[in-house]
Write a protein that binds this ligand. Structure first.
Ligand SMILES: [Zn+2]
Length: 101
């Protein structure tokens, strides 16, 4: 009888221990998720920064050559338009000529 009670007590303690382990593991998982969220937030901010820089860059109307990727002086650029008249590509005159060869 006494032995049984002891076993019962032991089991109860073990269950408490297991519950605590589960809670600790859940807290650990939560912490990990928080860290991942923080990393994602940082990446998001970085992307937002790049995007706003890109928009700023476009707003300044400094286009880049679609062949050599160097900045393009509007004076010497060749603009390629699609069927709707939308500007699709910009090239240096020289770069555009090499495309035609
Ligand atoms: Zn070029």
């Amino acid at each position: 009888m006494l032995e049984k009670m002891e076993i019962g007590e032991h089991t109860r303690l073990e269950t408490q221990y297991e519950v605590r382990e589960k809670i600790e593991s859940a807290l650990y998982t939560l912490q990990e998720l928080k860290e991942r969220v923080a990393v994602l937030k940082r990446k998001c901010e970085e992307l937002r920064r790049i995007e706003s820089e890109r928009i700023e860059f476009a707003a300044k109307n400094v286009s880049r050559c679609d062949k050599c990727r160097h900045s393009l002086d509007p004076e010497e650029q060749v603009v390629v338009r699609d069927g709707n008249g939308e500007e699709r590509r910009h090239y240096h005159r020289k770069c555009f000529e090499t495309l035609l060869k």
